[in-house]
Design a protein around this ligand. Structure first.
Ligand code: TYM
Length: 332
């Protein structure tokens, strides 16, 4: 494929109420690429079913994800926003890539190990081959950059390995993608246990700030956030709670760590936590207003899903056609 612009691709699972981690680690950064890249941002519902979903919830969250993409500043005329299951090429390429992905590689994936420990009654084949579907998502669009949080780095490395292996056998098939992982925001930690990642599926509601939490809830959650013994607001390995709050404050305000340490010199945890809560609520407030406006218009969201799926299919089919030809499949 001859490209007039570099390509940015990323995806988010509609598998729970999105967190501040999803927002700061990924979503907030997506719009930055629309000026200089051709962007594809996908709602990966096929990935979501690797753990059991309540159908009505999955459907609602898929609409919500579309509304959130747009509310976060992604203009559907400038970025291709779509739902994975609307573009069957993802599942088709995933099957092909499964045949180029090793059992040992998949067994080493930390997300697989964690999820199979958490869902011990449902360690299905889809959970195991999840990374080859993710590789298919990315490689279908000849992607150059993939903005993600650090937890996806291992999957990105495997995607690159699969692409390199495929290209060695069938030259010039895939672009080799690079992850784009921002230093601040790449791993937002739980507010209840700052040694653990903030996660959609955490059962302790105080551990996670949700993108759609109202102002009072956000401020209350930060007020209750676990900090560390002693005082002092500074980044340090022995202060994981404060360090996490500093990086959240930095993402929300654009201030550097040094500026923040200076701003709160001599101040207590109470003042600091209130400032972080307020900054976070201020950042999310316009996103929420736009989200609720968009959610009233399902017809519009469906229209955008359809438009996105058509655009994505056009590019996906080109890659799939090339892959099928190279493999020796008869094309009619
Ligand atoms: P998912 O849905 O778990 O998360 C979506 C994005 O949010 C980032 N993220 C975080 N960033 C910082 N701190 C956190 N606490 C935090 N929690 C989540 C994730 O890194 C991710 O960027 N497998 C992917 C979805 C996917 C995908 C893709 C991503 C499917 N295909 C192709 C990129 C490209 C996932 O489960 O993300």
């Amino acid at each position: 494929m001859i490209k007039d612009r570099k390509i940015s691709f990323s995806g988010i699972q509609p598998s729970g109420n999105l967190t501040l981690g999803n927002y700061l680690g990924a979503l907030k950064n997506f719009a930055e690429f629309t000026d200089n890249y051709k962007c594809f941002y996908c709602i990966v519902d096929e990935h979501a079913i690797t753990v059991r979903q309540v159908p009505a919830d999955l459907r609602r969250r898929t609409y919500e994800m579309m509304a959130l993409y747009i509310a976060c500043g992604l203009d559907p005329d400038r970025a291709t926003l779509y739902v994975q299951s609307h573009v069957p090429a993802h599942a088709e390429l995933a099957w092909i890539l499964n045949c180029f992905t090793m059992f040992g590689e998949l067994s080493r994936m930390t997300q697989f190990k964690e999820k199979s420990a958490r869902h011990a009654d449902n360690i299905n084949a889809g959970l195991f081959t999840y990374p080859s579907l993710m590789a298919a998502d990315i490689l279908l669009y000849q992607t150059d950059v993939v903005p993600v949080g650090i937890d996806q780095k291992q999957h990105l490395e495997l995607t690159r390995d699969i692409a390199i292996r495929f290209n060695q056998l069938y030259p010039d098939t895939f672009t080799i993608p690079e992850p784009v992982i921002k230093k601040t925001g790449m791993k937002i930690m739980s507010l209840a246990d700052p040694t653990k990642k903030m996660s959609k599926s955490d059962e302790n509601e105080n551990a996670t700030v949700r993108i759609l939490d109202d102002r009072d809830t956000i401020i209350r959650k930060f007020r209750r956030a676990v900090t560390d013994s002693g005082s002092g607001i500074r980044v340090s390995d022995d202060k994981p709670g404060v360090t996490n709050l500093i990086s959240i404050y930095s993402c929300c305000t654009g201030k550097s760590t040094e500026e923040i340490e200076r701003e709160f010199e001599g101040k207590g945890y109470g003042d600091f936590k209130l400032a972080v809560g307020e900054a976070c609520a201020d950042l999310l407030s316009p996103v929420q207003t736009e989200f609720y406006r968009l959610m009233k218009d399902k017809a519009y969201l469906e229209q955008m899903m359809k438009k996105g799926a058509e655009e994505a299919s056009y590019y996906a089919q080109k890659t799939l056609f090339k892959v099928r030809r190279k493999l020796g499949f008869v094309q009619l």
